[in-house]
Design a protein around this ligand. Sequence first.
Ligand code: ADP
Ligand code: MG
Length: 264
Amino acid sequence: MFADNPNQNNIIELRGISQSYDGGQNWIIQDFDFLIEDKPDQGQFVVLLGMSGSGKSTVLRYIAGLQKPTKGTVLVKGEEVDKQRVSMVFQQYSSLPWLTVLENVGLALKFQGVSKKERDEKAMELIKLVGLEGHEKKFAQYPTLSGGQLQRVAIARSLLANPEILIMDEPFGALDVKTRLTMQDLLTNIWRQFQSTIIFVTHDISEAVYLADDIYIMKSQPSKIVEHIHVDLPIERNRLTKRDPQYIALVHEVEDRMISVSEL
Ligand code: ADP
Ligand code: MG
């Protein structure tokens, strides 16, 4: 049905978006466009950077179908966003603390009416993948699980809901450095394995350059994408990447561009 529709080439398409919370007196976002092309057999890692208040979380909420813009169109895989299930991983509170790890991960399948046996099986596969085997019967709450483990639950839940697209809003912002680095590598492995499109917001520029294929920088008032930086590093990233002069130069370049955007 969509065979002739050029929108199919874009996995995410935001067109002509404007956002006002006061009946059109002030526009936080105005004539905003954001396109992410589909890369079917490889997936991609897209990072959004921008000062606080530049509209990053709002854009993610549009894509997840949690909020509708005042004006404009949001398409996911060429369809209206509410026909797609895209779940989102937040910095905190991504899981339901009154449910176990197993129940949290299988949640999307429960809504789809999948039998308990089948959703437990599928959930267990992902629990193993994110390194939480043995914790599946625990409640998904702090301090029963650590911050890093709770984010693993959220990643597994999102992957089971829709492995094609993962939306992550500062997911590692509350984690200690060591856990954060481990989670970065977990995520790198996941998107390659599932060929997912990951849309990721962070304030950490070294994290952005390490993870991303493409970085977009947003400005505020009104929100707009003002910079696109393609991260031209080898697709395989590891701890040595961070010692690579090309990586270090890119971190500095992104930092400089962030500063000039903030002065716009
Ligand atoms: P970011 O995630 O980049 O920090 P947000 O998307 O959270 O930015 O917010 C973008 C702008 O929209 C901010 O100026 C914020 O104050 C404003 N905003 C967000 N939600 C509301 C709301 N419900 N009512 C009024 N303003 C809002
Ligand atoms: Mg935000």
